[in-house]
Ligand binder design. Sequence first.
Ligand code: CA
Length: 237
Amino acid sequence: MKGARILVVEDEAALAEVVIDNLEQEGYQVELATDGLKAMETWRCNEPDLIILDVMLPRLDGFELCRTMRRKGLETPVLFLSARGRAEDRVEGLRAGGDDYLPKPFHLPEFLLRIENLLRRRGWRQDATEETFAFGGHRIDFRSWTVHVSDGRRMPLGERELGILRLFISRPDEVVSRDDVLDEVWGDDVFPSSRTVDNFVMRLRKIFEPDPSEPIYFHTVWGVGYRFTPEGAEPPR
Ligand code: CA
């Protein structure tokens, strides 16, 4: 996600400088807004890929700004960065439509990783805006959370199953590690075991594979994870 455009909303000049320097070193394009109203303007006009939003700001505070933009339907990922680090503040930020919340002072590597995660998920959402995907005679419908199986049956799919399918579809023929699946489908907040991923993939095989014990679409890459081949391929011998 290098080259992603990030809007930094921060009224403390010294902190803004540190944040911007570090983001630019990572290859991001950065814009600064120093109060809430300017931030609103830039957010609307330039549609950045991600917003780093301070809470206590002149003219319009970060929570209010975020609520307003979400009401208008803007879905840009928001990372709150605030000196207000109590649990109630973090909850308020997430309720206001923030995607993540990091109290100041923050640990730089953590800050950069959180940004990467948010951008990656956004990319994944955007790649997966196709509403249906067909392979092997099956058709997945992401709007109705169902699959029309090749034998004519229609079956429901769960949120995690759809998430895993979206991830695999976005990376056809690539090795996708269990950790990638956990990161992208489960996120930071829950920690299922990698065994959980295996169980979900087993369920997908039962739905999609002609013979679940000899998969041709959802291959296991031993010790790492999976490879999805929409064209179908013989399992490696
Ligand atoms: Ca501030």
